[in-house]
Design a protein around this ligand. Structure first.
Ligand code: PMV
Ligand code: MG
Length: 353
């Protein structure tokens, strides 16, 4: 049996800008996981996930076919499809297998934390299949295959979540042109695409600085990043001048954050997140999306009152916010005040991989 664990993620800076190819974001991966168990089966395969629902699959002309339809499984089957096509192009023949997915990326009541479960599932499925067939692969190969499986379903996502799930720790991610890759898929083999360079794509691991802690506050209201990103995207053409400046300034925040973090300059880290927060506020106002909703605003204001660097994480509208503290900070007092404002501090640490 193959067992694979892939961590969840959180955005630290660069959200929305990174959706545009060639722009940057910073992410961390956290020690909550999607776990996949994969074992060989005969004649037909199965996928068990989501409250133990079991889907049976088989193949027709090397194409996976599933009897029932359930949208929650589409990322899993997209990942299986891409992994199998790649394996075939590498000259292997296919077996049947049973996959079981378990997740720590939602609460006991089944509410998502916003830790990137779809991305982690895609990476975990592809990784488990590559390992089952004992295919040699690099992190970059795994990223590219997972990104392809993901953009086929959501071409507007930046794939920063996929990069974090593959590279772990703290990363600086520069996005690639998804439209170009989707176009190439029509005429080129997956193997050729994976083996080629993807122009602006860059993924860099940054060494962890143990002087700083990432503190995560959860609002308990789940948000749909896809809807928020799509809504803003439709409004971008209404103010291109702002958008260009936004991209430029957002990249500057990402670079400033990384510089401050590496050099242990708390003031720089704090300034970069404050600047990024202000940019996201303007972005939300210009393109009519609600980022700092309700208690997300309180989350950031309370953390700031304690002298921390803080902002929303990801698309906003719910999910989580982050705060960065320095050695010796009394986290209990922040936790108490967050709690009084209906914000739960999640018990998470960075997963280095
Ligand atoms: O809300 P999250 O953690 O899924 O983050 C979304 C980040 C965006 O930049 C808004 C979208 C993306 O795909 O990068
Ligand atoms: Mg989110």
């Amino acid at each position: 049996m193959i067992e694979v664990k892939v961590p969840g993620k959180l955005y630290i800076a660069g959200e929305y800008a990174v959706v545009n190819p060639g722009n940057k974001a910073v992410l961390i991966s956290v020690d909550k996981f999607i776990t996949i168990k994969l074992k060989k089966s005969k004649h037909k395969g199965s996928v068990k996930s989501y409250s133990n629902i079991r889907m049976i699959w088989s193949r027709q002309d090397d194409q996976i076919v599933v009897d029932q339809k359930d949208d929650r499984f589409e990322y899993i089957f997209s990942a299986m499809d891409i992994a199998e096509k790649y394996i075939l192009q590498k000259g292997y023949s296919l077996d049947f297998y049973d996959i079981e997915v378990t997740s720590d990326l939602e609460s006991q009541d089944g509410i998502k934390y916003g830790l990137g479960s779809s991305a982690a599932i895609v990476v975990a499925v592809i990784k488990s299949i590559l390992e089952y067939y004992k295919v040699e692969y690099s992190k970059m190969d795994l990223f590219k295959l997972s990104a392809i499986a993901s953009i086929k379903l959501n071409p507007n996502g930046s794939c920063g979540d996929i990069a974090s799930a593959v590279y772990n720790g703290l990363i600086k991610y520069t996005s690639f042109d998804r439209e170009k890759i989707l176009k190439r898929l029509k005429t080129e083999t997956l193997k050729d695409i994976v083996e080629s360079d993807w122009d602006s794509l860059e993924i860099e691991n940054i060494s962890l600085n143990n002087e700083y802690d990432f503190i995560i506050g959860w609002t308990k209201s789940p948000a749909s990043s896809i809807n928020l990103v799509n809504k803003a995207k439709n409004n971008i053409s209404k103010n291109i001048k702002f958008y260009k400046d936004f991209l430029h300034e957002s990249n500057k925040c990402v670079d400033e954050f990384v510089k401050g973090y590496i050099k242990s300059s708390f003031e720089t880290v704090k300034h970069s997140l404050e600047k990024n927060r202000e940019l996201l506020r303007q972005y939300a106002e210009n393109y009519n999306v609600l980022i700092e909703r309700d208690n997300l605003f309180d989350l950031v204001e309370i953390a700031k009152k304690f002298g921390l660097a803080s902002k929303t994480s990801g698309a906003g509208g719910g999910d989580c916010g982050i705060a960065i503290s320095y050695k010796g900070f009394d986290v209990k007092s922040l936790e108490k005040e967050w709690k009084e404002n209906k914000i739960t501090k999640l018990d998470l640490s960075i997963h280095e991989g």
